[in-house]
Each structure stands twice: as structure tokens, then as C-alpha cells.
Design a protein around this ligand. Structure first.
Ligand code: FE
Length: 410
């Protein structure tokens, strides 16, 4: 009970401070220079809540700083604490784990517990809506070179989790690696509590946080649970090294969340680069799985009714499994009884190319990828309108990506 009273008093005090700063027009007066190259980095951690009336101003401030900092070593994390849920509105992004993280800072920095509270590089804390303090802290942090580093590699989305390999460098004694799954934006209509009736915009919301005590070990892997059916483009991974005794953050990095493609070891694979490739079979043999190599580079044909796409009907795009070249849209796919995925037209006329094929005593027209010359299948003139053509493809030569939402199984 004492703790609860102490927290409420702290929040009221900060509310008054927030109003005073806002009314005086101070926020916005200080325009720190966030541009240019800098030797350091800045991890900005904001402790906020939809249940606290002084928090939206801090959310807006970090949103502005986030926009200004695009492409620079500024890593923003907004933790929604859960202790204001008792005032009548349950913050959907809140977690006791984030309140616990704020407790750690109260100990490390000998600080009070309140919202909105900002901490930069685990070293300084201040009111989260105080733009002057935030810009000064950013300037200090970005100007201070770091000796440690953290590298994230092989960040891949696989079913309902993201798998991450990491490598830390420098002095990592008494150091933990913290890995967070961050939702880049969200909008909430708050129905009750101090912000009842307001629509709040959030950025950089922490949705999961793993703490790994490195125990001196520089390399490892970890996994984060992800919500079902998320759009991976709306999330990112931010990771940083933190001293267990002082709370100081010594390195940080981030990575986009990408679905596992199975092409991580294929340097030629791209869904956007359409430039012609000239790669030898010797090189492809080192890169491609044996089954794909046999079909794509040696014209093998998969058995009918065995491939993964012959009866698939999901909306999306089919790419070359060898090089990533965009080949077909699902709306050009038709139900064929031949046992192979069949299309009546490619997405672009020059997505594919053709070769005469007289093998097995037949006169057929082979369809190849126009970018990498890999065998895809054959074309016949018994398809449906409007083209009356049937691009009869091997499933194994194709990669399918469903439209927009990346489901848990892709
Ligand atoms: Fe290709």
C-alpha cells in the first residue's frame, strides 16, 4: 500500500511538471542537431502508460525524435508499465516485466519511480516529456565512442517465433544482452481512466524482452515469441549490452524482422533486383539444395501432384526459387488437372524466357527464368482465356510469398 501511494504521488508530481512545461511552450524550443556522423549511439528507454495523463506528451516527443533519427544510431524503446492499470484502464501493451525493468533503474540510478520516465544509455534519467533534457542526453550519448559492439545476424521469422544469432565484442564481463521485439507504431482508443476518451498514438512499443546473461560468452542464439499473423514490416529487433551492476548500456544494434526465406546463403537471391545474372552451374551447385539444382539447372521434372503449389490458391506472388525474380501472380494461376502449378501469364513479359526443347522425342517450349536462366517448366497452348496458354511449372522452382500479412507458417 505504501508503494502504491508513493507511486501515485510521484505521478501526480510529474503530471504537474508536465503541464507546466507544456504550458510554458518549452518543448520545441530546443532544436538539437541530430544530423551528421557521430561516434556513439543512444538507447532511449521510455517508461509510459496509457493510464497516465502526462504520458502522451512523452510519446509524442519520442515519435518526433524517432522520425528525425532515421538511419542513425538512435534506438528507442517504449515500455508500457502495468501499475497504472489499476486506475481503470488496462493498457493493452503493458506488462509486469516492464514495470520490473523500471524497478531495476530505480536501483541502478537511485531514482524515483514515475511516468513518463526516460533513461538514456542506462546512465541518466529524467521526465520523459522534457525535450531539453532528452536532446542534451542524446547529444552526449552520440558523442561518446563505444568500445563494445553487438551484432545481430540471421534474424529470421519462423512460425510463431523469431530466431536471432548474436555476436558481442569488447569487455563483456558482468554484461547481459537484452533483445527486444518492437512494434513500430500503434493507435489506441482509450475508453477509461485518466486518458478516457482520447485516441493515443504510440511508437516503438516493446512487445517482448529477453535478458541473456552472457557470462563472458560472446556468441549465441535466442528466440522471441511473436504474436500470430503479424505484419513483419511493422516490427523490428533492438538489442543492447547492459552492465549487470551499473545498468550502463555499452553497445546497441537493431535488425529488421524478416521471414525465413531459406535463401540466407544465396547472395544472388533478390525479389527486387532484375539485373541479368551470369552464374556458373559450378557456383549454383554450391549454393542450391540438391533437389532444386537438379530441376532448375539440369531440367529434371518433379512428379505430378507432388509439388507444394499444384493445388495452392492463396493470394500472393510466385518468385524464382533460384534467384528471387518475380514470375507470377496468384490471380494468373488456374486449377489445372495436370498436377503442376499452372498459370496463364507471367507478371511481366520479360520475367521469363523460352527455349526450344526436343528432349525425350518431343517438341516442347521450355520456360526459363529470364534473370538466372533456370528451368521452370514448359508452356503449352491449351490454357484458359485470355492468353490460352498454360505455363506448366515445377513447384520446386517457385517461391511463394502471400500478400502483406505474413502468417505464422511462411
Ligand atoms: Fe531465376
Amino acid at each position: 500500500m505504501k508503494i502504491r501511494i508513493a507511486i501515485i504521488v510521484a505521478c501526480l508530481g510529474i503530471s504537474l511538471l508536465g503541464i507546466r512545461l507544456f504550458a510554458s511552450g518549452k518543448p520545441g524550443n530546443v532544436k538539437g542537431d541530430l544530423k551528421g556522423s557521430e561516434p556513439g549511439f543512444a538507447v532511449v528507454e521510455l517508461f509510459t502508460s496509457e493510464g497516465c495523463s502526462s504520458c502522451p506528451a512523452a510519446d509524442q516527443l519520442i515519435s518526433r525524435v524517432q522520425k528525425e533519427s532515421d538511419g542513425r544510431p538512435v534506438y528507442i524503446l517504449a515500455y508500457h508499465v502495468d501499475y497504472w492499470n489499476r486506475l481503470g484502464w488496462k493498457d493493452p501493451f503493458s506488462s509486469a516485466a516492464y514495470s520490473h525493468r523500471q524497478d531495476l533503474y530505480a536501483n541502478w540510478l537511485n531514482a524515483s519511480l514515475y511516468t513518463p520516465q526516460a533513461v538514456v544509455n542506462g546512465a541518466v534519467e529524467f521526465v520523459g516529456s522534457d525535450e531539453n533534457r532528452l536532446r542534451n542526453a542524446l547529444s552526449t550519448a552520440l558523442g561518446k565512442p563505444g568500445k563494445e559492439s553487438v551484432l545481430l545476424s540471421h534474424v529470421t521469422l519462423d512460425r510463431d517465433q523469431v530466431e536471432i544469432s548474436y555476436h558481442a565484442d569488447g569487455n563483456i564481463a558482468n554484461t547481459s544482452l537484452l533483445v527486444s521485439l518492437v512494434q513500430k507504431t500503434a493507435v489506441s482508443k482509450v475508453l477509461k481512466g485518466e486518458n478516457g476518451g482520447r485516441t493515443l498514438s504510440h511508437v516503438q512499443i516493446v512487445r517482448d524482452l529477453e535478458t541473456i546473461d552472457l557470462n563472458g560468452k560472446k556468441d549465441g542464439t535466442t528466440t522471441l515469441k511473436i504474436p500470430e499473423g503479424i505484419n513483419a514490416d511493422g516490427y523490428e529487433i533492438i538489442a543492447f549490452l547492459q552492465n549487470n551492476r551499473t545498468g550502463e548500456i555499452t553497445a546497441a544494434g537493431k535488425a529488421d524482422l524478416k521471414p525465413a526465406t531459406g535463401h540466407e546463403n544465396n547472395p544472388y537471391y533478390s525479389n527486387t533486383d532484375t539485373r541479368k545474372l551470369n552464374v556458373s552451374n559450378k557456383e549454383w551447385k554450391k549454393i542450391l539444395p540438391a533437389e532444386l539444382y537438379a530441376t532448375a539447372r539440369e531440367q529434371a521434372t518433379e512428379r505430378p501432384f507432388t509439388g507444394k503449389y499444384w493445388n495452392a490458391d492463396a493470394k500472393g506472388t510466385y518468385y524464382c526459387a533460384v534467384c528471387g525474380n518475380e514470375l507470377f501472380r496468384s490471380d494468373a494461376k488456374f486449377a489445372s488437372t495436370c498436377g503442376w502449378p499452372s498459370f496463364f501469364a507471367p507478371t511481366r513479359k520479360n520475367s521469363v524466357a523460352y527455349r526450344e526443347d526436343h528432349s525425350y522425342g518431343m517438341d516442347r517450349k521450355e520456360v526459363i527464368c529470364a534473370r538466372c536462366d533456370s528451368h521452370l517448366g514448359h508452356i503449352f497452348d491449351d490454357g484458359p482465356a485470355p492468353s490460352h496458354q498454360r505455363y506448366c511449372m515445377n513447384s520446386i522452382s517457385l517461391d511463394f510469398r502471400p500478400d502483406k500479412i505474413i502468417s505464422a507458417r511462411n
